[in-house]
Design a protein. Structure first.
Length: 350
């Protein structure tokens, strides 16, 4: 189709984690979904919203959800934008800040979707590698990329950058530092204070992992009101439907339930990591709801296949920097016990 823009014709397109049709027959640990159901308040809120009111457009400003988020995070709602999944706001950040041919940067390995979004925009992509100690390599002392995406905690590896490092990086950039905190609820630190103290830091969050709402497509960003105003010009004006808005507000309002789920996942993460080490796996200490682990023979494909044959789905990346290991989402304790048992059966490979 010769009318296509060249960058679209040339690009490969993003491949999300495998969603099998008969998902219920698998232990599904491949897309970092939450093993626990959303808060009962979310189900109640959505159920109450289903009815004749659906003939009306939703609130274009998602006020209720933004007020709830503002209370929780300690920001005025003018600093918050709701998104149809955090992927939507990542996309709109690129559209707002990076023109054709301008530079968008991120760490490799991290979330490769930033690269896909930049390609669609026609922006230039630059990636920076990591040292053995997970320090980013080669970022210029003064760097003029329009946007730098820093996934913290890193996905898929699970380590975190210190807040000092993040503040220092923001100071070196003439553009915007987007801290993608998709997994920050499972970590000990957040960069929300840096959004207040530095004028070029934006934080993004998702409801898909810690709030068990991947199916609702909900995310948000926290940034200075000038940035939020720009993002509001770009987004679809009714980007969150009525069900999503009420679900977001209800989820944020039930912190007791939320904290319980996060605590269980962290406890299971610690147990599972220790069990993997007992059977000779190398495990990177994780601050997310997943661990990146490598078998003794560093053959990720072999173990992926062994687990797949036992109806356990995990994520294997063919990228040479990641192919030696697997990213395994933290499920329930029982799911992780069965996974350990399967890994023992599969064996160390040498
Ligand atoms: C899951 C994930 C997202 C996307 O979140 P959605 O709200 O589901 O769009 C963004 N960034 C990272 C690092 C993620 O792992």
């Amino acid at each position: 189709m010769s009318a296509l823009r060249k960058n679209i014709a040339d690009m490969a397109g993003y491949v999300p984690g495998f969603q099998p049709e008969d998902a219920a027959s698998y232990i599904k640990l491949n897309t970092n979904e939450n093993p626990y159901p959303p808060s009962p308040r979310v189900i109640e809120a959505i159920t109450a919203e289903v009815g004749e009111g659906l003939r009306r457009y939703p609130d274009a400003a998602s006020r209720q959800a933004r007020e709830e988020a503002g209370r929780l995070y300690g920001f005025d709602p003018s600093w918050i934008i709701m998104a149809n999944g955090s992927d939507e706001v990542l996309n709109n950040l690129i559209r707002a800040f990076a023109g054709e041919g301008e530079e968008v940067a991120y760490i490799h390995p991290s979330y490769s979707y930033y690269g896909t979004l930049a390609e669609i925009q026609g922006a230039k992509v630059r990636t920076f590698g990591l040292s053995e100690a997970f320090e980013p390599q080669g970022i210029p002392e003064r760097y003029d990329a329009k946007l730098f995406f820093l996934t913290n905690p890193n996905a898929p590896l699970g380590f975190t950058y210190s807040q000092n490092y993040i503040a220092d990086l923001a100071g070196r950039l003439s553009g915007v530092l987007v801290v993608d905190e998709a997994y920050a609820d499972f970590a000990e630190e957040t960069s929300l204070e840096l959004v207040r103290s530095l004028d070029n830091v934006v934080v993004t969050r998702t409801f898909s992992k810690s709030y068990s709402l991947a199916g609702m497509r909900l995310g948000l960003a926290i940034a200075r009101p000038e940035v939020i105003a720009a993002l509001n010009k770009i987004r679809d004006h009714y980007n969150l439907d009525r069900l999503a808005q009420t679900a977001a507000a209800a989820a944020l309002s039930d912190q007791e339930y939320f904290r319980g789920c996060v605590a269980k996942i962290k406890e299971t993460r610690a147990w599972f990591s220790a069990e993997l080490e007992k059977i000779g796996y190398h495990v990177i200490p994780s601050s997310g709801n997943y661990v990146f682990a490598s078998p003794p023979d560093r053959d990720g494909t072999r173990v992926y296949q062994g687990l797949y044959d036992r109806k356990i789905l995990v994520r294997h990346f063919t990228d040479p920097k990641l192919s030696h290991g697997l990213r395994i989402s933290i499920g329930t304790k029982e799911e992780m016990e069965r996974t350990v048992q399967a890994l023992v059966e599969i064996g160390p490979g040498r």
